[in-house]
Unconditional design. Structure first.
Length: 367
């Protein structure tokens, strides 16, 4: 009997589980290792923060999905690999040998690189920790006016800022919001029309933006920029950058300069063919893409196919991601801006379009 270990319950792995549930592989022991029973769908996180969705609507039950795929579910994290012995060591102590290993463990914002970051920063990932912190932020906003600073002017940071603001205002409490980004404007990489639409929304909502800026230090109630300027900040939400666990490189896997697993078009490790990786933790050498759920979702099917082929000795199939992804960026209320290459659209109808796409994705994994 062969053993396939899925480390992490990310967007790609939930599709792998679904595919193996639909078409079981005889003689396979399937194991899922994830720190929590529920995994969030990133596309609906802003809606959860805004109050448009419940926890159940935007979280996938990994335990039930694993049971459907007849997989053993272990509530833990992989913390070390022995690539020679083909053994994955969990942080809780259990060790498991594998024939094939797949990694979809996501990433975390690099708050440890900032003085005071670990103590005062609120990283968006892991999501379950952010949601716990968000409940505390809401409660604090109910007691007194507060300042919330978001580090990161990408789609994730902007969406989250507007979602938090919408929820705070709907609750009848007060908070001032600002965004700090090291790029020349919010939404770098998006078309000029998209950026202008979002800048108009931010201006109308009184969200201050500090471009070409970087937070260098966080202390109680204040964040300092690299030029020494202080900004009031009771909470600093970290929604930029991505860091990989050190144990990936320490194990001997080929990684990029940031420590993410280098994979080929087959989503196989460049250094160890029995190891696969997808989602944020992986870097496709031939087709680098942003660390985004849009691309992680698309990797699920080719990953499932190639894992099956690797276990049965069949030739693996190359996967070439789409050159650009459709981004539907919500503005806190039930309104959104669509970004696709040079094109931009905006309206309540875009939010409804986004909602239909998200609900359709979640329907695949509801039992």
């Amino acid at each position: 009997m062969k053993r396939l270990i899925l480390a992490g319950g990310g967007h790609s792995h939930v599709e792998v589980l679904r595919r193996f549930a639909l078409d079981p592989l005889p003689g396979l022991e399937l194991v899922l290792i994830s720190p929590g029973r529920f995994t969030p769908y990133s596309g609906m996180l802003p809606g959860l923060v805004s109050g448009h969705y419940s926890f159940e609507q935007c979280h996938i039950d990994l335990e039930q999905l694993a049971a459907r795929a007849k997989a053993r579910f272990i509530t833990d994290r992989v913390g070390r690999l022995d690539l020679v012995a083909r053994r994955a060591q969990c942080e809780g102590g259990e060790g498991l040998n594998y024939d094939v290993l797949s990694l979809d463990i996501g990433s975390t914002p690099p708050v440890a690189d900032i003085r005071g970051g670990e103590r005062y920063g609120v990283p968006v990932k892991p999501v379950e920790r952010f949601l716990a912190a968000w409940r505390d932020i809401l409660a604090e906003a109910g007691r007194r006016p507060i300042h919330i600073l978001t580090v990161g002017g990408g789609a994730g940071g902007v969406e989250l800022t507007l979602s938090m603001q919408h929820r705070v205002r709907r609750a009848g409490t007060r908070a001032a919001f600002c965004i700090v980004t090291d790029s020349e404007a919010v939404l770098p990489g998006h078309a000029t029309g998209v950026r202008r639409r979002m800048e108009r929304v931010l201006h109308a909502r009184d969200v201050a933006c500090y471009a070409h800026s970087r937070v260098s230090e966080i202390d109680a109630g204040v964040a300092c920029l690299a030029d020494g300027s202080p900004i009031p900040a009771d909470y600093v939400v970290w929604a930029t950058g991505a860091a990989a666990p050190a144990w990936l490189r320490e194990a001997g896997l080929a990684t990029d300069e940031r420590g993410f697993v280098l994979v080929s078009e087959t989503l196989q490790s460049r250094s160890h063919l029995e190891v696969f990786a997808a989602g944020d933790v992986a870097t496709m050498e031939e087709h680098p893409r942003p660390k985004s759920g849009v691309f992680a979702v698309r990797q699920g099917l080719p990953l499932a196919r190639n894992l099956r082929h690797a276990l049965t000795g069949r030739e693996l199939e190359p996967y070439r991601p789409q050159p650009t992804g459709l981004a539907l960026i919500s503005t806190g209320d039930k309104h959104a801006i669509a970004s696709w290459g040079p094109f931009a659209w905006e309206g309540d109808w875009v939010w409804r379009w986004k909602d239909r796409i998200d609900q359709r994705f979640m329907d695949r994994y509801r039992l």
